[in-house]
Each structure stands twice: as structure tokens, then as C-alpha cells.
Design a protein around this ligand. Structure first.
Ligand code: SDX
Length: 436
């Protein structure tokens, strides 16, 4: 970051001495005011619940321009990566900062494919769950359990450990997600096949059975790969911030990623794709397009807790570029499957059109986000709704681990430890029991 020649001067109306705070410029995006010395110089904290105006770190990985609806991974626009690269190229880019050349691409694909199996003992963890356990509950447990098997790559101060742990996590997430799915289905696990592509291998582990050969549908494999690319990273979102904060204690990468999985599960975050599809199915069940007006009225009613799931975003105040690409993928997949008239897709497009013309959404700059269409694509591919967020976690693992490694690799990093505005009871003495 570059020191700006502009200073911020903080003055107080109670006559307390004012102080100058340095500003720093990034390569693109808003400048930051460095408040690291604020408490030491003024005895005051800043106050920013939800971190609406707070930069927690400096990063070189992902940049979002919320007003323009722009998303860059290491400077490359998501629209170009999603159409010209595959997910493993995107993983290489997020991890190492540049797209691989042909040789590096071959080496990286081989390296990842050689780490796709999990320890045979891992399957016994699944047996502790009910068959109808939510896949995110299973995945949170399985990812955390990985740390029990890889003591040779849990010292995050060792760059070699960080690198092998990153490869292991990226390589094993598809295997773990497929195992969680097969366990719920009561079907045998399918071992990874190293000669297949990353997305092709995942689709085979999900849908193959011992009873017949599995023939992948290349359109669906490509769609799955694009879904992975679109979900790979997204700067300091809630789950990435969780991974950074968790990892800042020096814990092992598997534990930090398990914390990210747990955070992503929430319906305000990665759980929104499951919630968005359930919302569409509810509207469909209760009358379909004719009922959209009534539903929108509920959403606008402050007394109802109904939200238009898959809409709105803390950063995007324009169309989420991933939602546009996801809608295109919807067309491709539904077309390939002869489902162009899929009622849910038509309902989603009608809902989007009506919402985008409604003052409530326009005034609040609420647009479709990545979760609005991703559920329709995954449902068409045959992914059960309850697995949508696990697939989001699979894809986001590379972003989490790239951000974690960036933090740990920064010699200035410290354990994260926010302060608070205390509004509770001042000091008081414990009364005897008879006086309580
Ligand atoms: C992801 O951060 C990331 O980058 C996340 C993510 C990633 O890749 O990591 O992009 C993935 O999590 C996408 C978001 C998925 N979540 C949803 O689709 C759930 C529905 N969306 C909302 O819960 C909400 O929009 C958030 C949580 C996404 C953003 O919330 P903010 O930024 O805290 O905004 P807010 O809740 O303060 O909303 C501002 C106003 C409020 O109305 P007023 O109080 O001003 O009258 O907009 C309203 C909100 O009630 N609002 C909505 C709404 N989202 C916001 N009203 C109806 N439906 C919605 N979806």
C-alpha cells in the first residue's frame, strides 16, 4: 500500500486534542485511514458492527467494484475466467498470482489429482451422523477431522506445510462432498479417478454407482466447473473473514477452513442458494407467477421477516456479475437437457423482472446475487438442494486457503482481537443469596 500525501485530521468538539491519521492508497478502490494508533493516541475505539466501513487487511487476491458490478481475481475479470479458463487454472491463479502456462497447468492438475483420496478412516466419521444429517453439518465435521490425519502439514509458519495443505484441501473437498451425498443416499462411496478433470471427477463421485458405467454429460461437467469458478473467492466476505480470524491464532489450516464452512452455512451467506431455491419452490407450489405480487408485498412488509433470497449484497449495489454468468449457464444447461421451459427458471426470471422494476428494490439497490440462479442450475444438474451450500464450500476452499496463506505470509500479521463498546453493568458486588 502507498502512503497518501493526504492526512485525515480527527478533531473533537470537547476540546480534546485533534490527531492526524495517515491515509493509504491501494492499486484500485477506496483509500484507507490507518487507525492503528487511534486508541493509543486518544483512548477511543472506532465503532463499526458488521464492518461496513472497515478494511481488515490489505490483499492482492480479489477486487470487487460494487457500483460497477465488477469482480476481478488477481486482476482478471470473472467474465473472462469463467469462459476462457477452468477451475484448476483459477485455483492456480488465486494461490500463486498468475495463470499457469501449459507445463505448469499440466503439473498442477497432476499434483491436485494425486491428492484426491482421503484416508480410509475418514468414512467412519460419517457413520456417526444420521443418514438425513444436513450435508453442511457433515462437511464441517469432516473438514475439521482432516487435521487429525495430516500432522505433516499443519505448521502454518512453514511455507511448505501451507502449500501442501492447500493442495490437499482443494483436492479432497470434492471427495468429501460426494461422500456426504452418497452417505445421505445410502449408496457406496465412489473413489476419485485421477484421469478425469476436476469437475468430471466430482460428477462421477456424485452420480456413478457400481452397477453401471458412468458417462459424464460434458455440458453439465462444464457447468459444474463454471459454478466452481464463480464461487472461488470474493474478498473479505463473512466466511473468508472467519477463516482469517481463526487462522490468526496459528491454528492448522484444516481447522480454519472448517470454521469457514460453518460460517458459510448461514442463510444470509452461502446458505442463500438453498434458501433461494426453496423460496422459488414455495412460490411455485402456492400459485407460481400469479403469486409473485403477493410474495413481493410480504418481502416489503417490515413486520414480515420474509426476504427475497438470492437478492441484495453488502458490496454489490449493481448486478452481481456472477449472477449474470449463472443465468447464462441456466440457459445452457436447461437447453442441453431439453428443459428450456423449466417452470422454476421462468418463475425466477419473472421474479427478477418484477423486483428490478419495484421502487423498494431500486431504492435499496437490491439486485440478484450469485445465489439467485445457482440453485436452478444445480437442481437441473441433479444436485439435491441440501447440497448446494456444500458445493459453494467446495469451490470457496481455494479462496479461503489463498486468503489464509496471504495473511500468514504477511510478516506484519497479528492475532485478530477486536474491542467493544461496553454498555453493560459497571462494577458491583455479589449480594448474599438471601438478598438476590
Ligand atoms: C453471499 O459478502 C459476500 O461477498 C458474500 C458472497 C460471497 O461470494 O462470499 O457474495 C455470497 O453471501 C451472497 C448474499 C447471499 N444472501 C442472500 O441472498 C440473502 C438475502 N440478502 C440479504 O440477507 C442481504 O441483502 C445481505 C445479507 C446479502 C446483505 O445485507 P446488508 O448489506 O447488511 O444490507 P441490509 O440487510 O442492511 O439491507 C439494506 C436494506 C434493508 O432494508 P431497510 O432496513 O433499509 O428498509 O435492504 C433490505 C433490508 O431489509 N434488504 C432486503 C434484502 N436484502 C436487503 N429486503 C428484501 N430482500 C432482500 N434480499
Amino acid at each position: 500500500m502507498t502512503p497518501s500525501d493526504v492526512k485525515a485530521t480527527l478533531s473533537f468538539s470537547d476540546g480534546s486534542p485533534s490527531i492526524d491519521l495517515p491515509l493509504y492508497k491501494g492499486s484500485i478502490g477506496p483509500d484507507v485511514i490507518d487507525i492503528r494508533k487511534l486508541y493509543g493516541q486518544t483512548g477511543k475505539f472506532t465503532y463499526d458492527p458488521g464492518f461496513l466501513s472497515t478494511a481488515s487487511c490489505q490483499s492482492t487476491i480479489t477486487y470487487i467494484d460494487g457500483d460497477k458490478g465488477e469482480l476481478l481475481y488477481r486482476g482478471y475479470p470473472i467474465e473472462q475466467l469463467a469462459t476462457q479458463c477452468d477451475f484448476l487454472d483459477t485455483c492456480y491463479l488465486l494461490l500463486y498470482g498468475e495463470l499457469p502456462n501449459e507445463q505448469k497447468q499440466k503439473d498442477f492438475h497432476k499434483l491436485v489429482s494425486e491428492h484426491t483420496m482421503v484416508h480410509e478412516q475418514m468414512q467412519f466419521f460419517l457413520r456417526g451422523f444420521r443418514r438425513d444429517a444436513h450435508p453442511m453439518a457433515v462437511l464441517t465435521g469432516l473438514v475439521g477431522a482432516l487435521s487429525a490425519f495430516y500432522h505433516d502439514s499443519t505448521d502454518i509458519t512453514n511455507p511448505k506445510h501451507r502449500d501442501i495443505a492447500a493442495i490437499r484441501l482443494i483436492a479432497k473437498m470434492p471427495t468429501l462432498v460426494a461422500m456426504a451425498y452418497k452417505y445421505g443416499e445410502g449408496q457406496p462411496y465412489v473413489y476419485p479417478r485421477n484421469k478425469l478433470s476436476y469437475a468430471g471427477n466430482f460428477m462421477r463421485m456424485m452420480f456413478a454407482t457400481p452397477c453401471e458405467d458412468y458417462e459424464p454429460n460434458e455440458v453439465l461437467v462444464r457447468a459444474m466447473d463454471r459454478i466452481f469458478i464463480l464461487h472461488a473467492d470474493h474478498e473479505q466476505n463473512a466466511s473468508t473473514s472467519t477463516v482469517r480470524l481463526c487462522g490468526s491464532s496459528g491454528t492448522n489450516p484444516f481447522a480454519a477452513i472448517a470454521a469457514g464452512v460453518a460460517c458459510l452455512w448461514g442463510p444470509a451467506h452461502g446458505g442463500a442458494n438453498e434458501a433461494a431455491l426453496n423460496m422459488l419452490e414455495d412460490i411455485q407450489r402456492n400459485g407460481g407467477v400469479e403469486k409473485i405480487g403477493e410474495f413481493i408485498k410480504q418481502v416489503k412488509d417490515k413486520n414480515s421477516s420474509v426476504k427475497l433470497m438470492g437478492f441484495g449484497h453488502r458490496v454489490y449495489k449493481n448486478y452481481d456479475p456472477r449472477a449474470k454468468l449463472m443465468r447464462e449457464t441456466c440457459h445452457e444447461v436447461l437447453g442441453a437437457l431439453g428443459l428450456e421451459n423449466d417452470p422454476l427458471f421462468k418463475l425466477a426470471m419473472s421474479l427478477e423482472k418484477i423486483a428490478l422494476e419495484d421502487e423498494y428494490f431500486v431504492a435499496r439497490k437490491l439486485y440478484p446475487n450469485v445465489d439467485f440462479y445457482s440453485g436452478i442450475v444445480q437442481r437441473a444438474i441433479g444436485i439435491p438442494v441440501s447440497l448446494f451450500t456444500a458445493i459453494f464450500a467446495l469451490a470457496r476452499t481455494v479462496g479461503w486457503i489463498a486468503q489464509l496463506n496471504e495473511m500468514i505470509g504477511d510478516p506484519e500479521y497479528k492475532i485478530g482481537r477486536p474491542r467493544q463498546l461496553f454498555v453493560g453493568s459497571p462494577r458491583r458486588d455479589v449480594p448474599p443469596l438471601a438478598q438476590r
